[in-house]
Structures are given as structure tokens and as C-alpha cells.
Write a new protein. Structure first.
Length: 146
């Protein structure tokens, strides 16, 4: 059980980091589209700022998304264990995209600005896929050496 909990935590954190990087760069892309210059240092500052300031809002959303999608994937994978890696990757992708779509449908807002576009929404899905892949890798039982 400890391996699963640790794998879940790593999946959530990795999804958060990748997702926030995509959010920061998506927001900066909008600033650049308005004609402003943005330096590499400003891009890095934005990522660091977002990583440290989105923990109260975005991190719990990701945690809930993974808490729902990964166990559902595990139930499905029981019947198709040869699809374990793709199952967890798809669970992460689907979970993170679904949470943004649900927030939009229920509250009428896009809580994360870049998810207003298809590319931004797919980028968040990619972040979820990274987390799903990491969960797959870390939660796999290692073969004991003979």
C-alpha cells in the first residue's frame, strides 16, 4: 500500500509541475501576442511564481482528479493487464481534461486561463498523462532477483 500511495503522490506532484509550466507559458503566450516582449528570465520567474502560488487552488484539483481517475484505471486494467501503461497514461489525460471541462460546465468559468483554448486544454491533458505514466512506472512491482 505504501508503494501505491507514494506513486500517487509522485503522480500528483509531477502533474502539478508540468501543468503549471504549461499554464505559465500559455499565459505568457497571450502577453506576447499582445506585442509585449518577454525575456527568458521573466518566463522562469513566472513559472516559479505560479509553482509557489497555485498550490492552494490547482494542486487540490489535480489531486482529486488523480484520486478518481487512477483507481478507475486500476479496475479496468485488472481485465487487460497488458495495457497497464497506456491505461494509466490515458487515465491521467482523461482525468485532467475532464476536471477542466466539468468546472467550465458547472461554474461557467475556465479556472485556468489557457484551458479556454483547445491547445491549452490538451496541454493540461498531457500534464495528466505525465502523471499517469509516472504512477505506472513507480507502482509497478519489481521482480525479485533470484
Amino acid at each position: 500500500m505504501g508503494r501505491i500511495a507514494g506513486s500517487y503522490l509522485a503522480a500528483v506532484i509531477s502533474t502539478y509541475i508540468v501543468g503549471v509550466i504549461f499554464v505559465s507559458q500559455g499565459n505568457i503566450a497571450n502577453v506576447v501576442a499582445m506585442g509585449f516582449q518577454v525575456t527568458i528570465a521573466q518566463r522562469l520567474d513566472a513559472v516559479v511564481h505560479d509553482l509557489t502560488h497555485m498550490t492552494e487552488i490547482y494542486l487540490p484539483i489535480i489531486a482529486v482528479s488523480m484520486l478518481i481517475s487512477l483507481p478507475i484505471a486500476a479496475m479496468i486494467i485488472k481485465y487487460a493487464p497488458h495495457l497497464r501503461s497506456i491505461g494509466y497514461i490515458l487515465a491521467g489525460i482523461t482525468g485532467l481534461i475532464a476536471v477542466h471541462v466539468i468546472i467550465k460546465m458547472v461554474f461557467g468559468i475556465s479556472g485556468i486561463a489557457p484551458t479556454r483554448t483547445l491547445i491549452g486544454l490538451l496541454a493540461q491533458g498531457l500534464a495528466g498523462g505525465v502523471g499517469g505514466y509516472l504512477f505506472h512506472r513507480l507502482s509497478t512491482q519489481k521482480e525479485l532477483a533470484s
